[in-house]
Design a protein around this ligand. Structure first.
Ligand code: GTP
Ligand code: MG
Length: 199
């Protein structure tokens, strides 16, 4: 049995829950499926708020899984319809959270499995790598096209990354609709959670 409940929403990483448990955060463009994947992983329909329109999640949302670890839903980026001021505010909020949250073990960077590599995501990967923020890639919406197309798109994606780095980040292929990749992702999280030491 898995339990999951909402804990708190914040704009400031310093107000997030006491960092005494391991934490994993989902990051990615607006509409890529971060909130949907949280619902899929936790077997709940509306634990994280989702929308067909981008820009639904606007805060740092903490959920606690099995009362043991935190899963965090973050606001998306790369959404055109926001003011520059708003964009800057979000960027500061997310970057500070990623840089200074002491119990953050790993970021799951969500990428739409149908799209060719986007500069905005690649830049973020470079920033995380240079900031020494561990991350894995989670390809989403695999149900939206054939397995062959997904495999091909992912191979292209990884090839692009390989042009910049010697070591490829770990990757997962998921669908929030068909619940693909769920077990693999959970096993991975359980594994890294073992490495957690209270800050
Ligand atoms: P923001 O909160 O704006 O950053 O977006 P988000 O990344 O949280 O996206 P959200 O989970 O709200 O999903 C956006 C849209 O994509 C919704 O209409 C979802 O139903 C749809 N969606 C998400 N994941 C999947 C998936 O695996 N398969 C399919 N077919 N649709 C998906
Ligand atoms: Mg969301």
């Amino acid at each position: 049995m898995l339990t999951a409940r909402f804990v708190v929403s914040n704009t400031d990483y310093q107000k997030c829950p006491i960092p005494d448990k391991p934490e994993i955060a989902f990051l990615g463009r607006s509409n890529v499926g971060k909130s949907s994947l949280i619902n899929s992983l936790t077997n709940q329909k509306n634990l994280a708020k989702t929308s067909t329109k981008p820009g639904k999640t606007q805060l740092i949302n903490h959920f606690i899984i099995n009362e043991q670890w935190y899963l965090v839903d973050l606001p998306g980026y790369g959404w055109a319809k926001v003011s520059k001021t708003q964009k800057r505010k979000w960027q500061k909020m997310i970057q500070e959270y990623l840089l200074y949250r002491p119990n953050l073990l790993c970021v799951g960077l969500l990428i739409d499995s149908r799209l060719p590599p986007q500069a905005i995501d690649l830049e973020l990967m470079t920033w995380m790598a240079t900031s020494e923020i561990p991350f894995v890639i989670i390809f989403t919406k695999a149900d939206k096209q054939s397995k062959n197309k997904t495999s091909l798109a992912i191979a292209t994606y990884l090839k692009t990354i390989a042009e910049h780095w010697e070591e490829l980040p770990r990757h997962f292929i998921t669908s929030a609709v068909e619940k693909t990749g769920k077990e693999e992702l959970f096993l991975f999280i359980e594994e890294i959670n073992k490495s957690f030491e209270k800050p």
